[in-house]
Design a protein around this ligand. Structure first.
Ligand SMILES: Cc1cc2nc3c(=O)[nH]c(=O)nc-3n(C[C@H](O)[C@H](O)[C@H](O)COP(=O)(O)OP(=O)(O)OC[C@H]3O[C@@H](n4cnc5c(N)ncnc54)[C@H](O)[C@@H]3O)c2cc1C
Ligand code: FES
Length: 376
């Protein structure tokens, strides 16, 4: 059922003039289905998917936030997060821009099977990787590969609003053919001189030789492309090794890291960290650390979790597959009901206080404090 128009009260009080048309916000708790309106090819392995709600609704989000989608592929339900690449200034639709990942079930299904007219379920926009609320006027965006999407949303928004923010936008790609949104960034920079894109590529493409910056991101390129980087707020997104290199370069150049923000799309860092946790936990078991029993009511399994390990890692270690996407307490995919027991949960915004009060927890970032019974 449609909610009352937000301007209904004002409309009653008005005696003259047209009643302003209110808008309805997209509320996934009322209807979480989005329809694909268009599919656009960006590069040979990157596509943009444009979505609208089933009923006339507008999206409310801040640039840099992501949606978690639910996919039914080969009989399995899978969740994945995708950053909104469109800006909040164009609220009738949202776009996501997806790079094919070799052997990845979802990215390949989207590229090969997903068509305009098809539908997907999605959650409310989430995430805190955003310039929203910041007072800075000078930014340095550094992205690699599909990590361009949050920066693109911010840049499109700055363009639409004719903001005077000075944006130095450095994007790294494998070859000229892999540069996502190249034409649009060039177009925006021609129309608004405060948007300054620079591309760095590793090698020539099959058809185009590259005369711009070449190789990996490093201190000498940083100094040439953006000599005043120390005065800026920096946003970085890309593959884990790329972000590590950028972070090290900035740190060694004396950048004030309190103005550094990063977002990771892949789990390599998490996996490394998890491997260390698992190794530590194994040692701890030997050295007599406390071990909790985790009982899963739906699968009927009970596993052991050494103190200090998350429920998700303990499950993985025991060969159980629990639903997860971000693995960082952001997306809510792993949200589960704790039937009994207590956890230490350090989440990143993927759960609401009222859900915590109702006994829910995000298993990817919850460490047991007692034995647990979990509805899974
Ligand atoms: C907060 C968040 C935002 C994201 N936004 C985007 C986005 O805007 N665009 C996008 O294409 N993807 C994005 N991703 C990644 C996306 O959720 C999927 O992981 C990706 O599409 C691969 O899914 P898959 O099922 O095909 O393969 P999976 O089985 O999920 O992944 C297979 C392997 O590829 C690695 N991998 C995952 N994503 C990438 C990637 N983008 N580039 C290189 N390696 C990767 C994984 O670490 C894993 O080792 C985001 C992820 C998160 C957590
Ligand atoms: S997997 Fe995203 S919050 Fe746990």
């Amino acid at each position: 059922m449609d909610a009352p128009a937000p301007n209904a009260a004002n409309a009653k009080a008005q005696t003259v003039g047209p009643v302003p048309t209110g808008y309805y916000r997209w509320e996934p708790e009322e209807d979480d289905v989005l329809i694909c309106r268009a599919v656009r090819e960006e590069t040979h392995d990157v596509k943009t998917f444009v979505f609208a709600p089933r009923h006339k609704r507008q999206f409310e989000f801040v640039s840099g936030q992501f949606l978690t989608f639910e996919f039914e592929i080969d009989g399995a339900t899978i969740h994945r997060c995708y950053t909104i690449s469109s800006p909040p200034t164009r609220p009738d639709t949202v776009s996501i821009t997806v790079k094919r990942v070799p052997n990845g079930p979802v990215s390949n299904w989207l590229h090969d099977a997903f068509q305009p007219g098809m539908m997907l379920k999605a959650t409310v926009p989430m995430g805190e990787f955003s310039w929203s609320g910041m007072q800075a006027t000078q930014y340095l965006f550094i992205s690699g590969g599909s990590g361009i999407t949050p920066m693109m949303s911010m840049t499109r928004s700055a363009f639409d609003l004719a903001l005077i923010s000075d944006i130095a936008f450095v994007h790294a790609a494998r070859s000229p053919a892999d540069i996502i949104f190249r034409d649009e960034l060039d177009f925006m920079s021609r129309r608004n001189r405060s948007i300054r894109p620079t591309f760095i590529v590793e090698k020539d493409g099959p058809r185009d030789a590259w005369s711009g910056y070449r190789g990996r991101f490093d201190d000498s390129k940083l100094a040439m492309i953006c000599p005043d980087f120390r005065d800026r707020v920096v946003f970085v997104c890309g593959p884990a090794p790329f972000m590590r290199a950028v972070k090290t370069t900035l740190k060694e150049a004396g950048f004030d890291m309190s103005r550094y923000h990063q977002e990771s799309f892949n789990f390599d860092d998490f996996t490394e960290e998890a491997q260390e946790q698992i190794a530590d936990a194994a040692e701890e078991i030997d050295s007599g650390v406390k071990v909790f029993q985790l009982e899963f009511t739906k699968t009927g399994r009970t596993i052991e979790c050494p103190e200090g390990l998350t429920v998700m890692e303990a499950a993985r270690r025991a060969g159980m597959r629990l639903p997860s996407s971000c693995s960082k307490g952001l997306c809510g995919t792993c949200k589960s009901k704790l039937v009994s027991g207590a956890v230490d949960m350090k989440h990143g915004g993927g759960i609401r206080q009222r859900e915590i009060d109702a006994g829910m927890a995000l298993l990817c970032c919850s460490k047991p404090k007692t034995d647990l019974v979990i509805e899974r």
